[in-house]
Design a protein around this ligand. Sequence first.
Ligand code: AMP
Ligand code: MG
Length: 399
Amino acid sequence: MALLNVDAALQILLEQAQAAADLETELLSLDSAENRVLAEPLLAQFAMPPWPNSSMDGYAVRSAEVQAGQVLPVSQKIFAGHSPEPLTEGTCARIFTGAPMPEGADAVEMQENTEELDDGTVRFAQAVRAAKFVRPKGQEALPGDEILPAGIRLGPIELAMAASMGCAQVKVRRQFRVAVISTGDELVEPGQPLAPGQIYNSNRTLLIQCLKRLGCAIVDMGILPDDIQLTRNRLAELQGVDLMLSSGGVSVGEADYLGQVLREEGELDFWKLALKPGKPFTLGRYQGVPVIGLPGNPTSSLVTFLILARPYILTRMGVSDPLAQSFVVPVNFAMPVAGVRREFIRVSLVDGRAEKLDNQCSGVLRSATQSHGLLELPENTTCEVGDYLRFWPFSSLLN
Ligand code: AMP
Ligand code: MG
């Protein structure tokens, strides 16, 4: 069986995700909408700001009236949140940051360039050019402008943008629901004693926490023992999810019961990916629900989740740009022997250069905790010190 290229695998996943039905929408308050996906563009309903206003504490003037050394009486004080009178000719108005410009005024001089005289008049140190320190009406947006596009994830900045436009609620996609399954007779949940041959289940925590960061709702299906009947029973209980995500039991081992049930009662595609770590990967369907099966080794689970499952899930969620941010960095190590699989190497960034963590075994999670992200070494490629390679920071992959 030929190895499947990572780009080809991603393309299949993204096509399937795009072809799946859109999630329903709901209206949520801004405080509840963090990390949700905007379902329709948000359009400006009015000019923002709605009126020209001052960007400084100072004096609003008619700029043509102000030469160096000019003295003007103060005809009014304008605080933020208050509506001014038109500016009387031959006067200035005390004004504070964010306060509306009075009609007739076309500039603001900051108070540092002025002097308040004993009689309450103000002397200007220099001439003032028109529009100085004035934030024009509509500087941020004009009515009808698209201020947020559909298909973005709402973070603090986007929600603040919606708030600034007066939106109390936003139309978002409903939460994506994922059932998380850990397979393997050897698995025990933390807190329980370990019998000989057993290990603690770390993929459950890994995948649930990654999914939570994407804003998914989780149905924890716990540990599926390597037993055909128990696997059938457990899967039959499942309903109301958009995706089943399993780890382990997808290689070609004998105890691949999840795969067997999917083959019998649904569909199953088994891929050998040209990816290291993370060669085995399955894509299936059970009672109409898509199933993604990740390999069991902890770092294989991590890498296949981040590189393949994450963009698939974000696309299903309605996100239009599902790939994490990445950039190229110089590497501080050599990989003199080219591999046939694309490798995602655990690296830390030291002064902007990628250093390889010593232990790159797929069964080892500890080196991932010590790294800042994954460095992508393309298949059939070597690298030398100073070469530039693509770096995927965990801070964006886990976001
Ligand atoms: P498998 O893909 O089931 O053949 O598992 C590959 C390796 O990953 C084995 O060493 C398993 O013990 C280990 N493994 C599988 N599932 C988990 C899990 N949920 N947590 C930690 N290790 C796991
Ligand atoms: Mg197993």
